[in-house]
Design a protein around this ligand. Sequence first.
Ligand code: MG
Length: 461
Amino acid sequence: MPLHLPPGLMVSVSGIRGRVGDPLTPELVCGAAAAFGAFLRSEGAQGPVVVGRDSRTSGPMLRAAAVAGLQSVGVDVIDVGIVPTPTVLLAVEHHHAAGGMAITASHNPAEWNALKLVTAEGMFLDADASARYRTALRESDPPRAPWDSLGEVSTDDGAIDRHLDAILALDVLDVEAIRAAALPVALDCVRGAGGLVIPRLLETLGCTVTAIHTEADGRFPRDPEPTAAHLAELGEVVRRSGAVVGLAVDPDVDRLSLVDEHGEAVGEDLTLALAVDVVLRRTPGAVVTNLSTSRVVADVAAAHDAPVVRAPVGEINVARRMQAEGAVVGGEGNGGVILPALHHTRDAPVAVALILQHLVDVGTALSGAVGRWPEYHIVKTKVSFDRSALDAAYAALAADLGADAEDRSDGLRLAWEGRRAWLHVRPSGTEPIVRLIAEAPEEAAARALVDRAGAVLDGVV
Ligand code: MG
């Protein structure tokens, strides 16, 4: 029988996600993993599947279930243990594996978990591959292997070491200069997988580290999303320790947020902006980001005469566009930095190294580095809206707001060059709502944009 997918389980292009126990059970994860193993074979991918997880308390249980599912369809497993999600992707590449599974709900609270699925390329499933997998998941019963051809399990304890070695070997970094600067830094790993990686990286780079929540036990002491509102304790640690920067990563270590030396969160978009500056100082080329990322990234690129391409929201969309453009750096405004010289995936350890390099480049603490760029304010809201009226809504918004530029590749994005402002209207994939996000140099102007857009949407229904 095909797997029964209970209501409430979120099955999307980003994977399978739910609250642990209800609806995300080990039975379900086992079935989804078996279907994934069979799917990879049906796509022609041979070899083992790499399995890694973040530090959540449900991780060992769901890892056991995923491994059993893969073995049941005759697929060998390489277990890389508790690692950042980007480390799983690198390990897929290293082992020439058929694919990978990261058991992590990223920045979601501790009661959630999820499967992120990786292809043989070491990249997340894109929309087409995900649709094929989801069809297989819903409709077919994967062929199980007989007793004498079950998958075997091996462990690989070297995945984090290889990841760190690859970062330290990057041409974009002057490791000796960073070491010589002996930067005092503060760190908050929210008891996610980062505690096993980031302190080692910082110490190798000669930093004096004052760290909190580096125990990788999944007992998150706060909301684990590294947004400004959740970084007060890190700010306190920065002030107390005299750090030049505070670093916060999410539980699966693909996003990095920054706190300045005064203890103030600088906004996640600045992580990518500063990383872009480091790369473009050394390597000319294109920058790719998504439609909801701050204009400050484009300002940095413009300072280096580099083109900026905006892709639909979603890591795989940005990564694919980066490949197509041959981009030298890219990522998302949520603190996700992608450096193709290492890999086409959001990688917080890489972002940490780039931020340290940036502080060495500009010779200041973080507020000085941020202060070199214009300041913007982003305002976000959401409104109830019926998807069937979206086309009419986009036409009404475009007519009412009269922008200089219009992009419909992912919802509707309107931009005004002279006002240095933009508005992005995106329907939710799972709820009858649209999200409105606007940015402008003044908060009032950004708020006025989302208010006006909300009023226009009201008039369309
Ligand atoms: Mg994450």
